[in-house]
Write a protein that binds this ligand. Structure first.
Ligand SMILES: [Zn+2]
Length: 443
């Protein structure tokens, strides 16, 4: 690998400009790009006020007077029309990164952060089980909302083994988050053979709705692990689950389905598969070695049956609806099931593996059906400072791939970002989540 991380070498000129509204500080790097943040370090939210102020600052600052005027006016003119340039305007990134062959794998630059936060981004797929000031600081800095998802698992982290504790922990994170975190609760499918399972699950879900939960997750253990009293795998369209789906719909909540896993789980070992190491480290989900496990297609068919049976229920298929290796199959599902959408959580590498033009065409055509997500997880024992550093880089890299033509790096490959129009990026990061998961950004 000759890939070298792009280094952000930046010198800062702090130019105070007391406007009577806010103290604007401006930083300049050696590429002569500029951005601004308020005196408290937060990105200025009110662009309509801010950019005229920035122009004023630039025109009156001795530091900027030495910069070529074309450089200043070109960027500031574009920015003053809209904080995020459309494709017809000069792309800030091509100016920030004069060497497009240089792959980047680093945190947001100041200019990038300005563009990212302007999206008011929503990550609809996280698992955050601990309130932590560093997490909340990151959410504020990135203007990020998240959907915090509860999963019950008898073979994973201890946190996921006790639904009541986990649900309470997630509700607590949401309460402490100043409106940045919303809750997606779940039910415990391991109890499916208990008398009164369905009624108890509905009662417990409704309690969580009353406490603020806005969505419900059905997880992959339905289909890949949990069996009924006769020893048969239960599938997502099990008749005992159907009243639960109807209850979710009657409360106008959204169902998030993670059913099945990547094809890698059913295939012979293939070290070049994007998720090979996951199944190597989690043999309990490596269906290839579990001979009585249902085939993947049977699980997806049951999910599709659920979609048909509940045509008024909004369903978000996590992880590209577990159809990550066949984007045409995802498209066919969008065409067939108007109540179905998908998130990108943990499956960005599959989009990166597509031919660039195909990825652009797919995302453009189905721009109303794709929701950004990550699967970022904080367990009680997670060291959040380190986590935040990594999370910020991953948010930056994902955004660069979707929104810019910068060269991103994945798995030793260099890829040109998709440079999707801002209107599309805004839907993926914000608008679609608001539409498909009502309540997610109400605060
Ligand atoms: Zn997840």
């Amino acid at each position: 690998m000759d890939f070298k991380k792009s280094k952000k070498i930046q010198t800062e000129h702090q130019v105070g400009l007391n406007t009577g509204l806010e103290l604007v500080s401006i930083c300049v790097d050696r590429n002569r790009y500029r951005t601004s943040k308020d005196a408290h370090g937060g990105i200025v939210r009110c662009r309509s006020l801010f950019f005229p102020l920035l122009v004023l600052a630039l025109s009156t600052s001795p530091s900027f007077a030495r910069l070529p005027s074309a450089s200043i006016s070109g960027k500031v003119t574009g920015a003053s029309q809209s904080a995020i340039p459309s494709t017809s305007r000069p792309d800030l990134h091509t100016q920030v990164e004069p060497d497009p062959a240089k792959a980047v794998n680093r945190d947001f630059s100041e200019v990038e952060l300005l563009r990212f936060t302007a999206l008011e981004p929503i990550d609809i797929h996280t698992h955050i089980y601990k309130s932590d000031p560093l997490l909340f600081e990151m959410l504020r800095k990135l203007h990020l909302h998240t959907l915090d998802i509860v999963d019950v698992s008898d073979n994973g982290n201890a946190e996921r083994k006790d639904l009541t504790k986990e649900n309470n922990d997630v509700l607590e994170v949401a309460r402490e988050s100043s409106g940045h975190v919303s809750v997606c609760t779940t039910f415990d499918p391991y109890l499916i053979s208990e008398p009164g399972f369905t009624e108890a699950a509905i009662h417990q879900l409704n309690e969580s709705f009353a406490r603020g939960a806005i969505a419900v997750k059905v997880w992959k253990n339905v289909g890949m692990e949990v069996k009924d009293s006769k020893g048969n795998y239960i599938l997502p369209d099990n008749s005992l689950l159907e009243p639960i789906y109807r209850d979710i719909e009657s409360h106008h909540k959204t169902l998030v389905t993670h059913v099945g896993d990547p094809n890698t789980a059913w295939a012979a070992p293939n070290p070049s598969a994007p998720d090979f190491s996951y199944f190597k480290n989690n043999p309990q989900w490596y269906m290839y070695n579990i001979k009585d496990a249902p085939p993947k297609q049977k699980i997806l068919d049951a999910r599709d049956h659920l979609l048909e049976m509940n045509s008024d229920l909004r369903v978000v298929g996590a992880h590209l609806g577990s159809m990550e290796a066949d984007i045409d199959q995802v498209a066919q599902h969008f065409d067939r099931y108007p109540n179905f959408t998908v998130d990108l959580a943990g499956r960005m590498p599959y989009l990166m593996l597509l031919p660039r033009e195909k990825a652009i065409a797919f995302i453009t055509k189905y721009q109303d059906r794709l929701l950004y997500g990550t699967d970022n997880t904080i367990y009680p024992e997670t060291e959040v400072g380190t986590w935040v550093s990594r999370a910020e880089v991953s948010y930056a890299n994902d955004w660069r791939f979707l929104a810019t033509d910068q060269t991103v790096e994945y798995g030793g490959r260099r890829l040109k970002g998709l440079a999707l129009p801002n209107s599309v990026v805004k839907k993926i990061y914000h608008g679609n989540a608001v539409k498909w998961i009502p309540g997610i950004a109400d605060q």
